[in-house]
Design a protein. Structure first.
Length: 192
């Protein structure tokens, strides 16, 4: 995870315009669930971009104990979020609903560890499948190219076909991916 995040951040600076990147927090344990709740709180407050890099660094590199509502409130406050607004969002129905959905999403996509990427609802890759974090980016880029509507659509010829029917991509065709999972470009946010 520590090695993948810088690669991902660099990739995000130049991601294709037709790609919607969605971070999805991992909630595999009680601690990870607290961090997932912090992510959803940041999302509800509209500050994910503002705090993500620092939050990642705090939990992954500095090993800060951001494991209570109060510790998280202080972290958010240090990043310009009003503590009252933090507590309201942290305890909101929206955040609670997303927390209830998080385990279902991981199960749906077959996510058992991080980082993991799902591309266009069809392909899962991770460091083990791809062979390295660098190759994860390569696999992701290749799949995006192959899944892009402009490349795979025959609308230019007057016919419209579902892009997925034009692919014929299998795990054996492309080392580093698992074709059994549905989702969008899905990335597990954090974890220890």
């Amino acid at each position: 995870m520590l090695r993948f995040e810088p690669l991902l951040e660099e990739w995000l600076k130049n991601k294709p315009k037709n790609v919607e990147f969605i971070r999805q927090p991992a909630a595999f344990s009680e601690l990870w669930s607290k961090h997932a709740k912090a992510y959803y709180t940041a999302e509800a407050l509209g500050v994910v971009d503002k705090i993500h890099a620092d939050f990642f660094s705090a939990i992954q590199i500095k090993k800060e104990a951001l494991d209570t509502e109060e510790a998280l409130a202080k972290f958010f406050a240090a990043h310009g979020v009003d503590e009252t607004q933090f507590h309201e969002a942290y305890n909101s129905f929206v955040v609670d609903a997303k927390m209830r959905q998080a385990p279902q999403m991981a199960t749906r996509y077959g996510i058992t560890g991080v980082p993991a990427i799902i591309v266009n609802g069809k392909y899962k890759t991770n460091g083990k499948l791809a062979g390295s974090h660098e190759k994860m980016i390569e696999v992701m880029n290749n799949l995006i190219k192959q899944e892009s509507p402009a490349k795979n659509s025959s609308e230019v010829e007057g016919q419209s076909r579902d892009c997925s029917s034009l692919l014929g991509i299998t795990t054996s065709d492309h080392p580093g991916l698992d074709s059994q999972h549905k989702g969008q470009l899905y990335y597990q946010w954090q974890g220890r």
